[in-house]
Design a protein around this ligand. Structure first.
Ligand code: ASN
Length: 293
């Protein structure tokens, strides 16, 4: 492991936090265990800790805690450690770790477009600051490095899929030289909490896709915050609302309307430094399908 890689990770965390503070955000401490965590849209091995008469989940994402935190403060971020015990078929993707950190942020009363603009500015600011500090190292590691142009292209998910088929994300990422957003993702591809569009089929959400085959590095959207809509969405996912009492009790007390996203720190650094594998971004990397220090 090159010590410069660790310095780039450290500077990334510093500069992203600095950018968000200047934008009026405050940083919250992460939640590591809770009876409530993100169900995700794909299955992973359970990470549950029995405790007293119940159990805790390890955090898969802080999505629900972000929504609840907005009752107290309107613009928040967390460098949130997530544990997702991915199945071992993901061992060789080069882009999955079972323990990773996302910069999770959420803004009360924001629209998707507000978050897209914020993310463009955050990514560009951080890349500029990294380049100022690590010019020689970055240019040596990454001959493709350049500061992206604003605005990032917005591409509709279904239009891309129709044009390029099932593998559209990989194909588009390989062709691209600039990051872009995939928007309007179909309801069946996502969790229940991203907001349903008027069309009843797609969501007011997005992924950020890095170019040069680095693929997805951020996802988010506008959120559902009304009880009936949330129950409708849970049922559409064949989820049993009775198993979500922790969340639904809070929704009944009311949670604010919001939008936000999570940006994978290791994926961002991998993209900036053109690293072959995500495990090259950290000292104690844990790949799917193995036990590591
Ligand atoms: N952090 C993501 C979001 O804000 C959720 C996730 O990680 N699945 O939408």
């Amino acid at each position: 492991m090159k010590k410069e890689v660790l310095e780039v990770v450290s500077e990334t965390i510093f500069r992203m936090g600095e950018f968000l503070r200047k934008e009026g955000f405050i940083e919250l401490l992460p939640v590591i265990i809770s009876p409530l965590t993100d169900p995700l849209n794909h299955s992973v091995n359970e990470a549950k800790i029995p405790y007293e008469d119940g159990f805790y989940h390890l955090t898969k994402s802080m999505i629900f805690h972000k929504q609840l935190a907005l009752r107290t403060y309107p613009k928040i971020f967390i460098f949130s450690p997530n544990v997702r015990l991915e199945t071992k078929d993901k061992k060789h993707t080069g882009r999955h770790l079972i323990e990773f950190t996302q910069l999770d942020l959420e803004v009360k009363d924001a629209t998707r477009e507000d978050i897209l603009t914020l993310v463009e500015n955050l990514i560009i600011y951080t890349m500029e600051k990294l380049h100022e500090k690590f010019k020689d190292f970055i240019e040596k590691k990454n001959p493709n490095f350049h500061i992206p142009k604003r605005p990032f292209e917005r591409i509709k998910y279904l239009e891309a899929k129709n044009l390029y088929g099932e593998d559209f994300e990989a194909i588009l990422s390989k062709k691209a030289t600039e990051p872009f957003f995939l928007i309007d993702i179909p309801i069946e591809e996502r969790e229940f909490y991203d907001r349903l569009s008027e069309d009843g089929k797609t969501l007011v959400d997005m992924d950020l896709i890095y170019p040069y085959s680095f693929q997805e590095g951020m996802s988010g959207g506008e959120r559902e915050n009304e009880l009936e809509r949330i129950i409708f969405r849970m049922k559409a996912k064949n989820m049993d609302p009775n198993e979500w009492q922790w969340y639904l009790d809070e929704v009944k007390k009311s949670i604010p309307r919001s939008a936000g996203c999570g940006i994978g720190i290791e994926r961002f650094v991998r993209f900036v430094l053109n690293l072959p594998n995500i495990k090259d971004t950290k000292l104690f990397a844990k790949l799917p399908g193995e036990i590591s220090l």
